[in-house]
Each structure stands twice: as structure tokens, then as C-alpha cells.
Design a protein around this ligand. Structure first.
Ligand code: GLY
Ligand code: MN
Ligand code: MN
Length: 476
């Protein structure tokens, strides 16, 4: 941006244009704050390995991965920005408008991140542009970013020129930066770009040590957030779902970056709605509260955990019967998570247990569990798949090819949720009245290990009696 552009008075701005005297005054008298003490970010070696794997996959091709542009909410107000998971995974950086470029060379690729440099002091950008450093805070200099990311960093304003000069077939991650896509118009193909998106998702299927540590921490912080909520729940009388959501959010912001997805604080019949995020009801004694929430770490990895608890601290006999069935299904699901198992095995194992309970309770007439399972009739009350991959996204790697994901095989280093549930809608006339309006889900985050699995969220009580003892302890 040049001086004239920065000097334009804004529509409905209270200040007039900047006088020459003020411009000259603002150009001087500022300390040099360049940082020379920076060390590479802890995941720099991992991001380098991830980029090397991508480079090996596409020799001779120009690869372009944008972080994305902020979405405008109104005039100069944006929605909170989060970089594309693909860009964050390959760089460890969280800048907006940034673009990772892998330019083909004779023996691989030359890698560079194109980033916005520090906002300029000479042309007034630093205080006159509404994203300048006196408005949004200081951005790193390119040199600082090189040191942090372990990656060549270039000025974003030179990107179009660099893309025009680069040769070779091009692949771009679409959907994040319309400007980048326009600069590459006519040089990319929808099918090839879709294949590129699949590859970027598949690169994230097996987590490295850094990612596993992040997910472990996300689960631990989430467990602390659940404890915060249980303490609020212990106050006498109804508790609003909004207070529950807000209480968890405080923990997410203090220990992490944000929540990894909209918190589901679903009490009473709301628990039968899979993604209840309106959270505008009350949690009343005698009801169950289904809390599905996850802290996203500062490096953007999220937990995805659910506990269903009695608001008054004790399950009724029917609530407990339903809870125990879901618990048994989850146990069967978790037991099926091991290297070499088909991905679908844990889902089948858990759903089968749920079908057996539904048959035993007489909800499926004269059918045997085999018959009910074969016809899929249990799904009236189980509704969803039993889990999904977890990582930078709550539904991680969702763009991977079916053959490598749901039709694939579990490998050590994968992390997935196991989250069976039973949901009896309030208006379901096919179940006895006392079942109606009860929803139970139990969700844990499971790491596939060389010898089987590890429950990363084992710190949260799960069995019905453990849940009751936990609530009693927090009630003091
Ligand atoms: N929290 C969304 C899910 O469990 O998949
Ligand atoms: Mn989930
Ligand atoms: Mn969940």
C-alpha cells in the first residue's frame, strides 16, 4: 500500500487526512524491535518431513497451499481467522493470507512461504491501515518467520510474479484464497486439484510424535474443562446450557486456542439431537446432560469428547440401563481398535452391542439381534457412525479417499473417536414413554499403538459408578 492510499480519509471516519507534518512525525522516533533470539518452533522438523513427503509425491509439479483469507463479517470486522488445516500442517504457521509454494527443481522442490511482512513504518501502513500493527498487533518480519518456521519466507506481494514465472503442471488447494486461484487460472484442473486435496488429507492420517503430544494435551485440557462444568452443574437448581457452554469456553481460551468445534451442551431431550449447539435450554435435576466439547490447542489440534451425566449426580435406573448399554458398546468398539484391523471394525463391534440391547429390551419386536442388525433397524436409535479420525480438524482427514479411510486399515499413529450413542426422541411412539427424551453418548479419543490402543482421554471418568463418584467428589 502506498502513502496516498494510506492517507485517504475513511467514509464516516472522524479523523481527516494526515498532514505532511503528522506523516513526518509518525515516521520517526520508533525503536528497532527486530528479534534476533528466535529458535525454530518445536514442530519445525516435523513440518519439514511432511513437506518432503508431499514433494516426493509430485515431482516436477508446482504445488500451492494457501492458508486462506479472513471472512468479512461487516465492513472492517472479520470473523475469527483460522488457517486451513493443510497449510498449518505443512508449515506450523497460522498467518492469514499466507501461501506455501513448492516450486519444482531438478531434484525435488524449492519451498517458500509467501507471507505479509511487518507493516511498513515509512508509508504509514503501520498505523493508518486497519490491519497495521498499531491496530491488529505486530506481525513477524520475514527474517523472524524464517527462523521460526525453518522455511524460506518471501514477501506476499511478490507471489503473483513468482507464480507467473514458475513452470510445470500446477496443483492448488482450492477454496481458501480466490486471489491465488485467479492468479493460476487456466493452469490448474479440477480433478487434479481434487486429488491434491485427497493427498493432503491422507498425509494427516498417521500422526507424528508432535501431533500425538498435542492431542494428548487437548484431551487433558478438555478433561479439566469438563470438571469446570461439573462444578457449575453442582449448584442447586437448573443451570442454563449457555452457562455450561461458556464455562467450558473459558477453559478452552485459557489453555488452548479456542474450542475445536461448537460445544454441544444438551440437557434433557436436547441430548437426543446429535449436534445441539443452540444451547438455549436448561439442565434440570432429574435430567441427563450430554456435553460434547473439545479444547483446540494453540497449535490447532482438537480433542472431541462426550460425557453424559445425571444433572443431580445420580442416574435413575432407566438412565443407567441405557448408559450401561452405550458403555458396553463403547468398550467393544475400543477393543476393536488395533493396528491391522479394518477401520470399520470398531463401528460394527459397537453397533452390534447396541442392537443386542435394543432387542433384549423388546424394542425390535420378535427380531433376533442378527436380523435387526442385518436390516439396520437399530439405527433408528443409534443414528450416527461410531467415530471418525481426529487431529487438526474434529472430523479430520474427511477428504481422504474412501479406500484409505473408511475402507482402509488402522495403523499405529492414527487417532480416532469412539462414540456410540442411543437417542430416543421425545416424539418416538415406538418406544415406551419413559424412554422418550433420553439421549446418551460416550466419546473418547483413541490412539492406535503398535500393540493395540491407548485411550488419550482416560483421565475422564467413564463407567456409570465412576461418573457418579466424580460428580459427588466435585460437589464436595
Ligand atoms: N463433536 C462432533 C462429533 O462428535 O463428531
Ligand atoms: Mn466425534
Ligand atoms: Mn463429539
Amino acid at each position: 500500500m502506498d502513502q496516498a492510499e494510506n492517507n485517504k480519509p475513511r467514509k464516516n471516519g472522524l479523523t481527516r487526512g494526515v498532514t505532511e507534518a503528522l506523516a513526518a512525525n509518525m515516521r520517526q522516533g520508533w525503536a528497532d524491535t527486530e528479534r534476533h533470539d528466535l529458535e525454530p518452533i518445536p514442530q519445525a522438523a516435523h513440518t519439514a518431513r511432511r513437506r518432503a513427503a508431499l514433494s516426493a509425491r509430485y515431482p516436477g509439479e508446482l504445488l500451492v497451499v494457501p492458508s486462506g483469507t479472513p471472512k468479512v463479517r461487516a465492513n472492517d470486522t472479520d470473523y475469527p481467522f483460522r488457517p486451513s488445516s493443510e497449510y498449518a500442517h505443512l508449515t506450523g504457521d497460522q498467518s492469514e493470507r499466507a501461501v506455501l509454494v513448492l516450486e519444482p527443481t531438478a531434484d525435488g522442490h524449492r519451498e517458500a512461504a509467501y507471507l505479509q511482512p511487518r507493516s511498513d513504518r515509512d508509508n504509514g501502513e503501520f498505523w493508518l491501515d486497519n490491519h497495521g500493527e498499531l491496530w491488529d498487533g505486530r506481525r513477524n518480519s520475514l527474517t523472524e518467520n524464517e527462523r521460526l518456521l525453518g522455511l524460506e519466507c518471501r514477501d506476499l506481494r511478490t507471489l503473483d510474479e513468482a507464480l507467473a514465472a514458475a513452470t510445470g503442471p500446477v496443483r492448488v488447494l482450492r477454496g481458501h484464497d480466490a486471489g491465488v486461484e485467479a492468479a493460476l487460472a487456466g493452469r490448474t484442473g479440477a480433478e487434479r486439484d481434487e486429488e491434491f486435496r485427497e493427498t493432503l488429507a491422507e498425509l494427516r492420517l498417521v500422526k507424528d510424535e508432535f501431533e500425538i503430544a498435542e492431542l494428548r494435551f487437548a484431551c487433558e485440557a478438555t478433561a479439566r474443562g469438563f470438571e469446570d462444568v461439573m462444578k457449575v452443574l453442582a449448584t442447586a437448581g437448573p443451570t442454563s446450557e449457555r452457562l455450561i457452554e461458556g464455562t467450558f469456553f473459558v477453559r478452552a481460551r485459557v489453555e488452548g486456542n479456542h474450542v475445536g468445534y461448537s460445544t454441544i451442551a444438551a440437557a434433557g431431550p436436547h441430548a437426543t439431537i446429535m449436534h445441539w449447539v443452540r444451547n438455549d435450554g436448561q439442565a434440570r435435576p432429574g435430567e441427563l446432560l450430554l456435553l460434547d466439547a473439545g479444547v483446540e490447542t494453540r497449535n490447532l489440534y482438537t480433542a472431541d469428547l462426550t460425557r453424559t451425566v445425571p444433572v443431580n449426580g445420580t442416574f435413575s435406573p432407566l438412565q443407567r440401563k441405557i448408559y450401561d448399554a452405550v458403555y458396553a458398546a463403547q468398550e467393544a468398539g475400543i477393543a476393536a481398535v488395533k493396528p491391522g484391523a479394518a477401520y470399520r471394525d470398531f463401528h460394527h463391534a459397537a453397533q452390534r452391542v447396541l442392537a443386542e440391547h435394543l432387542v433384549a429390551w423388546g424394542l425390535l419386536g420378535d427380531l433376533t439381534a442378527d436380523e435387526a442388525f442385518a436390516r439396520g433397524l437399530h439405527r433408528r436409535w443409534t443414528l450416527a457412525g461410531t467415530g471418525h479420525m481426529l487431529g487438526l480438524d474434529v472430523h479430520d482427514c474427511a477428504e481422504a479417499r474412501t479406500s484409505t479411510y473408511v475402507d482402509g486399515t488402522l495403523e499405529a499413529g492414527m487417532v480416532l473417536t469412539v462414540e456410540p450413542g442411543l437417542y430416543f426422541q421425545q416424539e418416538d411412539l415406538t418406544v415406551p414413554e419413559e424412554y422418550r427424551g433420553i439421549g446418551v453418548r460416550i466419546e473418547d479419543d483413541i490412539l492406535v499403538t503398535e500393540s493395540g490402543n491407548e485411550n488419550l482421554s482416560a483421565g475422564l471418568p467413564r463407567r456409570a459408578d465412576e461418573v457418579e463418584a466424580w460428580l459427588a467428589r466435585l460437589r464436595g
